[in-house]
Design a protein around this ligand. Structure first.
Ligand SMILES: [Zn+2]
Ligand SMILES: [Zn+2]
Length: 349
């Protein structure tokens, strides 16, 4: 194992914190401001007897979490996997490409590796990524790596199959995309993202009181309570603003987004609109919406209605400022998103 770690020190820039938990930022298809996904590698150096205890859902001598790098980094991933012990466990927090793009490399290098993921995650992963069998996890299972225990935590919200992992010895929590190193994580509405579940998962993390949060994008966070409370505060404040817009008469998605994000660049309104839809669902679940607000009519304004008003608003703004390049870009982006959304977007029921 010392040789393995020594090889890492030669080949890769990595961060080891807490001791024994190694983070290697790998270039990935993630969203700005990030460019990398943290590949988490856990391979304790003093491996005691291999555990065959059936209280563990899986055991091994090394663990890899979220191998989601771009193809140009597959060579590096291959070196890492080849240097690790054969008894390898692979854990995937959720299905986004920046978390699973390297799965096929692992399968080729080590077909004996055990993949652990939630079944909702596996529904989204293609057979090209992972064609062998996998072990379903639902939360509360234990994994044994080199004699050390990790606990699987069901953590939906960002997607419906999102999972986290607690390293019991150091009480550090690998949080997937529930938290990110900077700013707040977006919820994926087409991947089963859900605001109510996001809040519940955040409360669950607070109850766990981890010492450290390990996000898959950006740096580790050593003040978990502060970060999680800020997340709750920001989302509650945004939700209160959305409710204020609705109580002030906004009935359509566009009107609510225009009110809540009036100070934000219009280019960000498309991404923001998913967030607003999830907050409106959450308000409806809590029975907080005014009686004269029709959720059905609101949902009818979430597709073409929103996009046409956004394109119109964006292009007329660009025209006024005589930035013809923005005008053309706006129209093109709008058309692209329109085509994308009409084919892919589905509303949550
Ligand atoms: Zn994600
Ligand atoms: Zn991600």
């Amino acid at each position: 194992m010392i040789i393995i770690c020594y090889r890492w020190k030669i080949y890769f820039h990595f961060q080891e914190y807490p001791t024994g938990v190694i983070l290697i930022p790998m270039g990935s298809r993630t969203a700005k401001p990030f460019q990398t996904t943290n590949l988490v590698v856990f391979a304790p150096e003093n491996v005691p007897n291999a555990s065959k205890d059936n209280k563990y859902i899986a055991s091994g001598d090394a663990l890899i979490v979220d191998p989601g790098c771009l193809s140009e980094f597959h060579g590096e991933l291959k070196k890492i996997v080849t240097a690790l012990p054969r008894r390898l466990v692979v854990f995937v927090t959720h299905h986004h490409p920046d978390h699973v793009d390297g799965l096929s490399v692992i399968q080729k290098c080590n077909p004996d590796a055990i993949l652990l993921a939630h079944e909702n995650t596996m529904r989204h992963i293609s057979r090209d990524d992972w064609s062998l069998s996998y072990t379903s996890v639902f939360g509360d299972e234990n994994i044994c790596i080199g004699g050390q225990k990790l606990k699987v935590i069901f953590a939906p919200g960002h997607t419906d199959g999102h999972m986290a992992l607690l390293h019991v010895n150091t009480h550090s929590l690998i949080v997937g995309d529930h938290c990110v190193g900077q700013g707040s994580a977006l919820l994926d509405i087409s991947g089963g993202g859900n605001m109510s579940e996001y809040f519940q998962t955040t409360y669950k993390f607070l109850e766990l009181s981890p010492h450290i949060l390990i996000p898959m994008h950006g740096r580790v966070n050593v003040w978990p309570k502060h970060m999680l409370c800020e997340y709750l505060k920001n989302r509650r404040s945004r939700e209160a603003n959305i409710l204020k817009a609705i109580e002030g008469g906004a009935k359509t998605l566009f009107d609510i987004v225009a009110y809540v994000y009036s100070n934000v660049d219009r280019r960000a309104w498309i991404a923001a609109s998913s967030n607003v839809r999830l907050h409106v669902d959450h308000l409806a679940q809590q029975h907080k919406l005014p009686k004269d607000f029709s959720i059905r009519n609101f949902k009818n304004t979430c597709g073409l209605h929103f996009l046409s008003r956004w394109i119109w608003g964006y292009t007329s703004c660009s025209f006024r400022s005589r930035k013809s390049s923005f005008l053309i870009a706006g129209v093109l982006v709008g058309i692209a998103v329109l085509v994308h959304c009409t084919t892919k977007t589905k509303f949550r029921k």
